[in-house]
Structures are given as structure tokens and as C-alpha cells.
Design a protein around this ligand. Sequence first.
Ligand code: AMP
Length: 273
Amino acid sequence: MKILKTISQLRMVRAGVGDLGLVPTMGFLHAGHLSLVARARAENPTVAATIFVNPTQFGPNEDLARYPRDMPRDLALLEAAGCDLVFAPEPADIYPAGFDTVVEVRGVTEGLEGAVRPGHFAGVATVVAKLFNIVQPTRAYFGQKDAQQSVVIRKMVRDLNLPVEVVVAPTVREVDGLAMSSRNSYLTPEQRAEAPALFRALSAAKAAYDAGERDAEALRAAMRSELDGFAVDYVSVADAETLRELNRIDGPALASLAARLGTTRLIDNLPLD
Ligand code: AMP
């Protein structure tokens, strides 16, 4: 496995290989990230992962400074997963002095995470566009866990004609249903014990949907009733493509939510289709 720290090193190595699958991450890897590497491994002759805690997608009062990092462990996990190349640049390499261009995807970024985290998706779209330009992947792999992010990236790729195939893979969960996340490491034992309520809430909505309920507000109410006592940022039943809130469900939809446990903010979702 080759570890590349600079854009020029990466470009040189990239030029020597053909089709490539890319897994962008912020590191502190878990089985969710590794499922994307495994999928990329199965579908591409060369697999690259990026480890970059992207400062521009964090708000001023968010967790950039304390975001968990463990580069040696991440590299060992990627090597064991069969990754060929790891690109781990420095922020100053990605955002040199005078950097002044932003990729802004409108519409699908307005609700959900976009409403609570202004500027977040501009940071995500900009860094992913840069990573695509630097690495030039044939395919790029993202997790359903960050459903709105996947919608935003698909939209950017379509709108800007980027020559990349976007693959979205299912959310990997702990045995009690909690979606794996680097941020789960922030949880105290008590909070960790409460956290599966998020998945229970989504499962309640999905069960009602599977039983034939198509009134979106009834599904949102089912989610809220599982989240009594939580600091809920939103519960949503939205169109899976536009991410607009629905009244009635008559096509692919997405149940999603965000809640805070102490200072830790968790998000999760389940497709309804
Ligand atoms: P992050 O390091 O949090 O930026 O995540 C990197 C990629 O891994 C993103 O495409 C995420 O959606 C994906 N990912 C994060 N958690 C999970 C999970 N539990 N299951 C599947 N994919 C995930």
C-alpha cells in the first residue's frame, strides 16, 4: 500500500494505473468505512482511500479541533482491507493561501443537515470536487449513513458532468442498531446506551410504512414518540431525490433524523421504498 502525502505524489502514482475506485473519508475508520473499501475492492483493479479532516465542512462552533484521529490505526486497517493507495494531504496543500472557489449545490442542500449546518455542504461539495479532480476516480464510494451528502454529490456530478460513477452503499450498524460513526467515540457509556433510540425511531417509521402508512406526518410522529427526552434537531420524511418534506408518500422516500446527546450530534436514516 502506497501512502501519498502531496498532490503531486498522488498524481504521479495515479498516472500509472487504470480504473480506480475512490473511498473519501475523514479517518478514524470503522466497519462502515471498510465496507466501502471492500465494495471498491470488488469492483475496481485499483482502490484508493483519502484521509482528510476537511476544515471547510465544519462550522465555527463544531467539533473540528476534537475530531478523532488515529493515522497509524487507519493505515493498518486500510492495508488489511486491500487498499492500494492512501492519499492523506495537509489542509495547507488542499487550501493554499488565497484559495477562493466554492462549489455550491442548491436545492437539495436547503433542508435537513443543510438547515442546521450552514455552509457544511459547500465545504463537502468543494472538497469532493477537488478530490475527484486530483485522484480522477472511475468510481467513488459513499455511505447511505450520510444520505443527504450522497444526494448532494450525485447532483454535483450530474450538474457539472464530472466523469465519475457514484456508488452509495448501505449503512453498517452496531448489533443494537446504532449506525457506526467516528463520532460515536464521543459518547459516554450512558449516552451510548441511549443512542440506539435513533434507530428504534427510524425502525418505527419503517414498520408503519411497511404496514401501509403513507401519511408522512404520522411517520414523523412515530419517530418523535421514540425520542422523548432527546434534543432532536429534526425528524424528516422527505422525497428521496429532492429531499423536500412530504405530506403523502407516493414514491421513494427517506426517513431521517438528527439528535444531540450531550455535545455529540448523531444523524441516521432509513430509505422508505
Ligand atoms: P466520514 O469519515 O464520516 O466522512 O465518512 C466517510 C464515508 O464513509 C462517507 O461516505 C460516509 O457516508 C461513510 N460512512 C460513514 N459511516 C458509515 C456507516 N455506518 N456505514 C456505511 N458508510 C458509512
